[in-house]
Design a binder for this molecule. Structure first.
Ligand SMILES: Cc1cc2nc3c(=O)[nH]c(=O)nc-3n(C[C@H](O)[C@H](O)[C@H](O)COP(=O)(O)O)c2cc1C
Length: 352
């Protein structure tokens, strides 16, 4: 049996892994994922990181609820207690996630105090045993997102050893944020910019572990760059650029998933974005009626229009009016109207 990308079902995620939007706390919630899925059918999406304790003991429907239309979505878990991670993975599978990812990259103090995230780079055997326990409790793939290293433990050899040890669990999927993390002295934000990117480490990893699926992450901002990395590795994960410039996702199905090798027809971009905005408006309205604040959802569409006349007015309207309008469609139609007025003014200016 094959899926819509022509792959066998046992490798159902194989094609989707070519491009993923990174897990990002406070950003990649279910509402963002719905919007992202309107822009790209095939790009793999991730949840925000959830701790295994929250999944096991918390409000599961609230934390894990999602709609089938968001698929494929990977649930990212933070934790290092093998039994609890296995329980959380099983619950994630029951909620319909297509893969469970273990976070071995977050450098925050809170995460470090809980003995998970990037500090686990120093404990490859514990990561291996945790992944092993998770894999035994689910039938979907388990992957690991890690850094190049931490603190002074930042040699290629240490990274090689980490991946070698973890892969003893049978884990085949690694996503490597191509910079190390400084656990003492740098904030999580600084840890996403200050340690230098070393893409060569990730390329070498792929050469030395040709049977593993290796994805690269960190500082990748365009689909051109994505295509270049795909010459060296199996997948690319994009974080900030995909969130702050969401229109890049429009081209992804065509260029990365080979629906149209020459890309999306850009004369249709504006029309498509207007229709995405309206579809997302209808979606927001459903949640608004269930009590979700409009601004909690509309914030994800602030960057939908960029570098077109009226883009600033769009941003302003969405940000300022979300708490004032009576419903979601009034917000969206009002912002689209401002865009149209700016486009008409621009046209007039050109003709004058
Ligand atoms: C606001 C924010 C929140 C993040 N939260 C997570 C997270 O929950 N789990 C994780 O593995 N990485 C997290 N990251 C790191 C990203 O997944 C990614 O590794 C990093 O931003 C580098 O990729 P980029 O340069 O394409 O943004 C976060 C990044 C940002 C900007």
């Amino acid at each position: 049996m094959t899926n819509e990308l022509g792959q066998t079902v046992s490798d159902a995620l194989g094609g989707h892994r070519r491009l993923a939007v990174a897990p990002m706390m406070e950003l990649t919630d279910r509402h963002y994922r719905y919007l992202a899925r309107l822009l790209s059918k095939h790009t793999l999406l991730y949840t925000e990181m959830l701790t295994s304790a929250a999944v096991v003991h918390g409000d599961r429907d609230y934390l894990l609820g999602k709609r089938d239309v968001e698929e494929p979505v990977v649930l990212q878990l933070g934790g290092s207690d093998p039994q609890q991670m296995a329980d959380a993975a099983r619950i994630g599978e029951q909620y319909g996630y297509c893969e469970i990812n273990m976070n071995v990259g977050c450098p925050s103090d809170r995460v470090k105090a809980g003995r998970f995230g990037a500090c686990l780079m120093a404990e490859p055997a514990l990561v291996r045993d945790t992944v092993d326990a998770m894999q035994r409790s689910v039938s979907i793939p388990v992957s690991v997102k890690c850094r190049l290293g931490i603190d002074r433990e930042d040699s290629y050899e240490a990274l090689h050893k980490f991946v070698e040890t973890v892969s003893e669990s049978g884990c085949q999927y690694f996503i490597v944020h191509a910079r190390k993390a400084w656990l003492d002295g740098l904030s999580p934000k600084e840890n996403r910019t200050i340690p230098p990117l070393r893409y060569d480490f990730v390329y070498r990893l792929k050469q030395e572990f040709p049977d593993l699926h290796i994805s690269i992450n960190g500082g990748i901002e365009t689909l051109d760059a994505t295509q270049e990395h795909l010459q060296q590795v199996d997948g690319v994960m994009i974080g900030r650029a995909a969130y702050y410039h969401p229109t890049m996702l429009i081209d992804a199905d065509a260029r990365i998933f080979n629906e149209l090798p020459n890309g999306f027809d850009h004369t249709k971009t504006h029309e498509l974005l207007c229709s995405v905005a309206r579809d997302y408006g209808l979606y927001m309205q459903q949640w608004y009626e269930k009590g979700v604040r409009l601004s909690a959802m509309s914030r994800h569409m602030v960057a939908l229009f960029q570098q077109v006349p009226g883009a600033r007015l769009w941003r302003q309207h969405i940000s300022e009016q979300a708490s004032r309008v009576p419903d979601a469609m009034t917000l969206v139609e009002g912002a689209l109207e401002r865009l149209q007025i700016a486009a008409d003014d621009d046209e007039q200016r050109k003709l004058a």
